[in-house]
Design a binder for this molecule. Structure first.
Ligand SMILES: Cc1ncc(COP(=O)(O)O)c(C=O)c1O
Length: 440
């Protein structure tokens, strides 16, 4: 079985060259820092290209829509890449829709998700030409029908369900278990379908959607989720005479943050999904099913790295040695938010002595620690440090905490590096600030 990019810690083109310097996309990392500044998000085009191609190959011959989950990393440039790779988008806000629209993305190839889409967002989505909505709850169904009626259109919907499947990932990134804020409980399906069939005439129910969670390292959950969706579709057919044939299995494939992680090959995940589809289509009499899949983390996670510069350090007497870098929780909230683990390497390494250090961020929170107790070559002020697997849920969750500037994001390919997002400027930082009259 082929290894896929999500199963490596390093991006495809990231290697240590003969001078002991890490390079990516054919460029030495210190060169990139000289040109674009530190900290810096760097994305390897080859890694994104390879994993998207693997997805396509793994599901070849199937009626499948690959929808990149934009929440993982959303910029105009990534929309262009996804369009080129023939992926659609899973969007969850008007901001993500707007970004796609301003990159001339084909808005018909978007599924609109989210557990609290506002009426304004629903209107914007319809106006932009989005054609598939994953309806999360009763309020949204009512609002979407009303808005569609006002606009004299009928919109295709999936119902997002919580299939009651627990996957073994962090509690904060589980979504498919029963006590979840997302989706309809299985016991609520009859009520919502009845409303859609009998009252919501501007909603056209075409299928079901389940997303189980993120950073999943097992395949059985995908098998079971397909089975639950098809079983529910059969029940809906029996009770309401409605044939559903669109099934969205969500995202969730894990990536390798640290050596001990054992993410699964995309081919293996695809095989399980395809097998479960075939078995359950037959079992429940579902004809010509369309499959949707929404990977986010595994498309961009491994492709991205963050490079920091070491600054001050502190040796606690008889305690830890902290080395502080010029970034941290504002560009990568994941360690502080859910204890996420990462792998770090010194960018230029000349066989120096190693020591155990704790890589600390620069922000005014004790919890702003990037990696605790990691063995690194001795670090000096000015040394560059690379954190792997920061391509997903880092830039997209970044903030201006402590009024720091968001770093730039660049993409590298065959010796060329180009900006996807400029580093913020101080002017941009205060751009929305107003001094109220009463304070003048
Ligand atoms: C509905 C839905 N689809 C897809 C994804 C993407 O998940 P991942 O990045 O783990 O592939 C998410 C992530 O939260 C989600 O909520």
């Amino acid at each position: 079985m082929n290894n896929t990019a999500n199963q490596s810690v390093r991006p495809k083109t990231c290697n240590r060259n003969k001078n002991g310097i890490l390079e990516i996309g054919g460029i030495e990392i210190p060169e990139l820092i000289k040109q674009f500044g530190s900290p810096l998000y760097i994305y390897d085009y080859a890694t994104i290209d390879s994993i998207t191609k693997d997805f396509k190959k793994a599901f070849e011959g199937r009626d499948i829509h690959m929808m990149y989950a934009a929440k993982a990393f959303m910029t105009k440039a990534i929309c262009k890449i996804m369009q080129k790779e023939n992926f659609g988008l899973d969007c969850v806000s008007a901001g993500e829709l707007y970004t796609a629209h301003s990159a001339d993305f084909d808005m018909k190839n978007i599924v609109f998700n989210g557990n609290n889409k506002t009426c304004e967002e629903l209107r914007i989505a319809i106006d932009f030409g989005v054609q598939l909505f994953s309806v999360d709850n009763f309020t949204e169904a009512k609002n979407l029908d009303k808005i569609a009626k006002e606009k004299n259109v009928t919109v295709n919907i999936l119902l997002r369900i919580t299939p009651g499947i627990e996957c073994h990932t962090h509690e904060y990134i589980q979504t498919g278990n029963i006590d979840s804020k997302f989706g309809f409980d299985l016991t609520q399906i009859d009520d919502i379908v009845s409303l859609v069939v009998n009252e919501y005439k501007n909603l056209n129910l075409v299928g079901l959607h389940a997303h189980l969670g993120s950073q999943i390292f097992e395949t059985q959950v995908y098998h079971d989720a397909v089975e639950v969706m098809m079983r529910e579709a059969k029940l809906i057919k029996d009770k309401f005479g409605l044939s559903l044939n669109t099934f969205n299995i969500g995202g969730g494939a894990g990536i390798k943050y640290v050596e001990s992680d054992e993410p699964i090959s995309i081919y293996k995940i695809a095989d399980v999904i395809k097998k479960s589809f075939d078995e359950n289509c037959e079992k429940y009499g579902i004809e010509k099913p369309h499959l949707y899949i929404e990977p986010g983390r595994c498309i961009v996670g491994t492709a991205g790295i963050t490079v920091y510069t070491a600054g001050s350090y502190k040796q606690v007497p008889n305690g830890r040695k902290y080395v502080a870098v010029d970034g941290g929780m504002a560009d990568n909230i994941r360690p502080a938010l859910y204890d996420a683990a990462y792998t770090a390497e010194k960018v230029s390494y000349a066989d120096e002595e190693k020591e155990i250090v704790t890589l600390a961020g620069r922000y005014c929170e004790s919890g702003d620690i990037l990696i605790k107790d990691v063995e690194m070559p001795k670090l000096q002020e000015g040394d560059l440090i690379c954190l792997y697997d920061t391509g997903a849920y880092c830039y997209s969750m970044s903030s201006n905490y402590n009024r720091t500037l968001k770093p730039a994001a660049v993409i590298v390919k065959d010796g060329v590096a180009q900006i996807m997002v400029r580093r913020q400027s101080f002017e941009e930082l205060v751009e929305n600030d107003e001094i109220p009259e009463m304070l003048k």
